[in-house]
Design a protein around this ligand. Sequence first.
Ligand code: OSB
Ligand code: MG
Length: 369
Amino acid sequence: MKIARVTLRQLRMRLKAPFVTSFGSFLDKDFLLVEVTDTDGTSGWGESVAFSSPWYSEETVKTNWHILEDFLIPILFKEPVRHPEELSARFAPLRRNNMAKSALEGAVWDLYARRSGEPLAAALGGEKAEIEVGISIGIQPTITDLLRLIERHAAEGYRRIKVKIKPGWDIDVIKEVRRHFPDIPLMADANSAYRLGDAARLKELDAYNLMMIEQPLAFDDIIDHAALQAQLSTPICLDESIHSAEDARKAIELGSCKIINIKIGRVGGLTEARRIHDLCLDNGIPVWCGGMLESGIGRAHNIAITSLPGFTLPGDTAASSRYWEQDIIDPEVTVENGRIRIPKEPGLGYEPVRNRMDQHTIRSETYRP
Ligand code: OSB
Ligand code: MG
């Protein structure tokens, strides 16, 4: 592939409803899109999942723009790319900044798949025809609001419900949810809101048959999680703590978790995401694909990686309409009976709609070798 240009865009899109977690609330979502165009005029698309503020991780929309403009795009332009798998090694001398790396690498993966006329899922080695998905529900004003939402999303067919928890919005909430929905596949995500000293409280959750508790302890911890997992019967799933296949190997060795949430952006791209998937498959650790409230571009990447066989648990990839009045891809992502069909068209299999993207673009710049 010979790259003729890379275009960065910053978009601002309003979510249908604010999304509240233990670390913050989102309504207007700013994010970056990357378009990589080759000398034949074919484009591939990637999305950065960095938020405006460094709450989930240290990266932001602004730091991603800087890292892409000043470092990653120049590295891409240095020599031709034969295969997108080369990029993770070429980006490796740059420490972390995984979401920035992933946005550019993802665009090159899409371009590669389009050029070779195969779906991105197939280019990654995925064989599933469809995937099962769940939904993540943010912290609500009242338990009644939460119960109403669960009722609705369960009726829509989502394969499992994830509820955000934090100190003061945890045991009583899960207890009520279980009382109303004794059998639904249910899990809780704490987004690092607890400390090991809260183990006794977290142990109370063992009574409610949760599929897992996601990231209960610090965002950068795998030591205390191992101590906690030894005390809980509920499996721990790590999200924020895992940035690479090496992190995953150490967490598995220590017994810090029994399940891993793979987010392509958090781990630096599709190639590293697949490495973690392969490692987990070898070690009997189920994985699922997390979400970052993505637009259709990032959502399409999530669908493609979930086609790999080790993604045995429903992910957070809900329908476009759960987030947006109108998504920027055609067709939009739809969920039927808790399932999304893997597209058969080349690349992402969802076409970016330029005039819709333009409506939300607040900054854009094009770079050439
Ligand atoms: O921890 O998985 C998380 C959203 C923003 C930041 C972190 C997380 C989430 C979600 C929502 O849980 C996933 C989604 O619906 O995209
Ligand atoms: Mg999470």
